[in-house]
Design a protein around this ligand. Structure first.
Ligand SMILES: NC(=O)c1ccc[n+]([C@@H]2O[C@H](COP(=O)([O-])OP(=O)(O)OC[C@H]3O[C@@H](n4cnc5c(N)ncnc54)[C@H](O)[C@@H]3O)[C@@H](O)[C@H]2O)c1
Ligand SMILES: O=c1ccn([C@@H]2O[C@H](COP(=O)(O)OP(=O)(O)O[C@H]3O[C@H](CO)[C@@H](O)[C@H](O)[C@H]3O)[C@@H](O)[C@H]2O)c(=O)[nH]1
Length: 436
C-alpha cells in the first residue's frame, strides 16, 4: 500500500515512520524545503526518542521518502494524510489555512480515487470545508474524480510518540463511505492486536473526540492544580491526595500530577479552540474557561512564591532554571511554563541561568541571549540564589545535594513538578517550596 503524509512535524514524521515500519510505502511531504533537505541528508529536525533510528532504517529499506512535491506523489498513493499545523487564530479558534491549502492541492491534482484523511486537530465541521474545497477545484478543472474525506485524529504524546502510535489505546476514524472505511481498516490492521481498538464514527464525532479527550485531560490537571493550591492553605499533602484519589479505578492514576501548569502545542490551544467552537454555536463552556484560567495562573505560581520569599525584592538575584521544554523527552517549547517564568524573572531584574538536556538550541532560537545558557545542571546552579525546577527530566531527579549546597549562593529550591522529597531536602539543609 502507498500513502502520503503532508506535514512533516511531530505528528507527520512520527506517523509516517511508523506506517513505514509496518511495511507501507510512505512519502512524507512538507512545504518547508529546509526541513525536507535535512531529512534527505539523514538529519531529524525534531527530538523524539527512538525516531532517528527508525527513520534511518525505513529510508534504507526504501519505504520512506521525503519531498516538497505533493502534486507528483498524488499519482501513486491511495491515501493522503494531512498532518499540517492548526495554530490558534488571534481569537483562539483553530486556523485552518494550512489544512485547506492541502485540500486545494489535492483537488487540483488527483486523477483517481484517493482518500484525504485529516490527522490534524480540527474543529467540528472542518471535513465539510475540506470536501467543499476539493469539489470546487474539481469543478474548476471540469473533471469528475471519485474521492473521500475522513477524520483520523491523532492521540500521540510528544516524548512517547512512537510507543503511542505503535500501540494506541484506540484509533478513531470518522468516515462517510464503506470504501474509505475498508481502506482505513487495512491500513491500521498491523497496529491492532484486536479490531476492538478501532473505533469508527461519523466525521463530526471523530473531530469532537479529539477536542473532548484533550479537554478532559487538561481539566484533570487544572483540577489537581486547584486542589494542590487548596492543600497548601489547609495543610494537606497533594501527593498523598493524588495517590488516595487515583487508586479509585473510576478516577485512575494518570494525568493527576499537580505542577506549574500544562504547556505544549495541544492542551492550551485545543481548550481555547473548544471554548471558541461553543461560543460560535451559542453555548458557553464554563468548565473549560475555568480550566484555562487556572492554568494561566498556575504558570505564574512558582514566581509568586519566589517573590513572597524575597518580600518582592528580586532585582539582582541569580536564578538557576532546570528544564525548558514543556515536558521531558522533547525539545518542544511551545507554550512551555519555562517561557513564562523566564519572562517574569527577566522583567524582575534577575539573572537567569538555564539548563535543559535537549531544548537549549530551541530556547536560543525562541528567546535569544537575554539569559545565560549553561553546560550542565550544576553549571546552571553555580552561584545561584535559588534553583527552580520547571521540567522533570530524569537527570534532575536525584541531584548531588552536597555539591549543590556547596556551589549555590543559598540552598533554596522551588520545585515546580513536586519531584523532590521535602524531608530529604530539609535534612540536607535546603529551603524547599513545591506546588501545594
Ligand atoms: N504535536 C503533538 O504532539 C500532536 C499530537 C496530536 C495531534 N496534533 C495535531 O497535529 C497537527 C500537527 O501538529 P505538529 O505538532 O506535528 O505540527 P508541526 O508544526 O510540528 O508540523 C506541521 C508541519 O506542516 C508543514 N506544513 C504546513 N503547511 C503545509 C502544506 N501546505 N504542505 C505541506 N506541509 C505543510 C509545516 O511546514 C510543518 O513542518 C496539529 O493540528 C496538532 O494540533 C499534534
Ligand atoms: O499529570 C499531568 C500530566 C501532564 N501535565 C502537563 O501537561 C502538558 C501536556 O503533557 P502531555 O499530555 O504528556 O503531552 P502532549 O504531547 O502535549 O500530549 C497531549 O496533547 C497531544 C496533542 O493533541 C495529544 O495527542 C495527547 O494525547 C495529549 O496527551 C505538559 O506540560 C505536562 O507537564 C501535568 O501538568 N500533569
Amino acid at each position: 500500500m502507498n500513502i502520503a503524509i503532508v506535514g512533516t512535524g511531530y505528528v507527520g514524521l512520527v506517523s509516517g515512520t511508523c506506517f513505514a515500519e509496518m511495511g507501507i510505502d510512505v512519502t512524507c511531504v512538507d512545504i518547508d524545503q529546509h526541513k525536507i533537505n535535512r531529512l534527505l541528508q539523514g538529519e531529524i529536525p525534531i527530538y523524539e526518542p527512538g525516531l532517528e533510528d527508525m527513520v534511518k532504517r525505513n529510508v534504507k529499506a526504501g519505504r520512506l521518502h521525503f519531498t516538497t512535491d505533493l502534486t507528483t506523489c498524488l499519482n501513486n498513493v491511495e491515501v493522503v494524510f494531512s498532518a499540517v499545523g492548526t495554530p490558534p487564530d488571534e481569537d483562539g479558534s483553530a486556523d485552518l489555512k494550512y489544512v485547506l491549502a492541502v485540500a486545494k492541492t489535492f483537488g487540483q491534482n488527483i486523477k483517481k480515487y484517493t482518500i484525504l484523511v485529516t490527522k490534524s486537530t480540527v474543529p467540528v465541521g472542518t471535513a465539510k470545508k475540506v470536501k467543499a474545497t476539493i469539489q470546487e477545484e474539481l469543478i474548476r478543472r471540469g473533471e469528475e474524480v471519485d474521492f473521500d474525506v475522513a477524520s483520523n485524529p491523532e492521540f500521540l504524546k510528544e516524548g512517547a510518540a512512537i510507543k503511542d502510535f505503535m500501540t494506541p489505546d484506540r484509533v478513531v476514524v470518522g468516515t462517510e463511505s464503506e470504501r474509505a472505511r475498508k481502506i482505513m481498516s487495512r491500513l491500521y490492521k498491523p497496529f491492532m492486536l484486536s479490531g476492538e481498538r478501532m473505533i469508527f464514527t461519523d466525521i463530526p464525532s471523530a473531530e469532537m473526540i479529539k477536542y473532548a479527550a484533550n479537554s478532559m485531560l487538561a481539566t484533570r490537571i487544572s483540577f489537581m492544580n486547584d486542589i494542590a493550591n487548596l492543600c497548601e492553605s489547609v495543610g494537606a499533602d497533594v501527593n498523598m491526595v493524588r495517590k488516595g484519589i487515583g487508586s479509585d479505578t473510576r478516577i485512575g492514576k494518570k494525568f493527576l500530577y499537580a505542577g506549574c501548569g500544562y504547556g505544549g502545542s495541544c492542551f492550551p490551544k485545543d481548550v481555547k479552540a473548544l471554548i471558541k467552537t461553543a461560543e460560535q454555536n451559542g453555548y458557553e463552556m464554563k468548565v473549560l474557561k475555568a480550566v484555562d484560567e487556572v492554568n494561566e495562573k498556575q504558570k505564574q505560581i512558582l514566581f509568586e512564591k519566589l517573590q513572597k520569599h524575597y518580600h518582592g525584592e528580586l532585582k539582582g538575584r541569580t536564578v538557576a532554571l532546570w528544564g525548558l521544554a514543556f515536558k521531558p523527552e522533547t525539545d518542544d517549547m511551545r507554550e512551555a511554563p519555562a517561557v513564562v517564568m523566564i519572562d517574569k524573572l527577566a522583567a524582575a531584574g534577575c539573572t537567569v541561568k538555564v539548563y535543559d538536556p535537549i531544548a537549549m538550541d530551541e530556547c536560543r532560537r525562541r528567546i535569544g541571549d537575554k539569559i545565560i545558557y549553561c553546560k550542565d545542571m550544576y553549571d546552571a546552579a553555580m552561584d545561584a540564589d535559588v534553583l527552580m525546577l520547571v521540567t522533570e527530566w530524569k537527570e534532575f531527579r536525584v541531584p548531588d545535594w552536597r555539591t549543590l549546597r556547596k556551589i549555590m549562593k543559598q540552598p533554596l529550591i522551588f520545585d515546580g513538578r513536586n519531584i523532590y522529597d521535602r524531608e530529604e531536602l530539609w535534612v540536607n539543609g535546603f529551603g524547599y517550596y513545591c506546588i501545594g
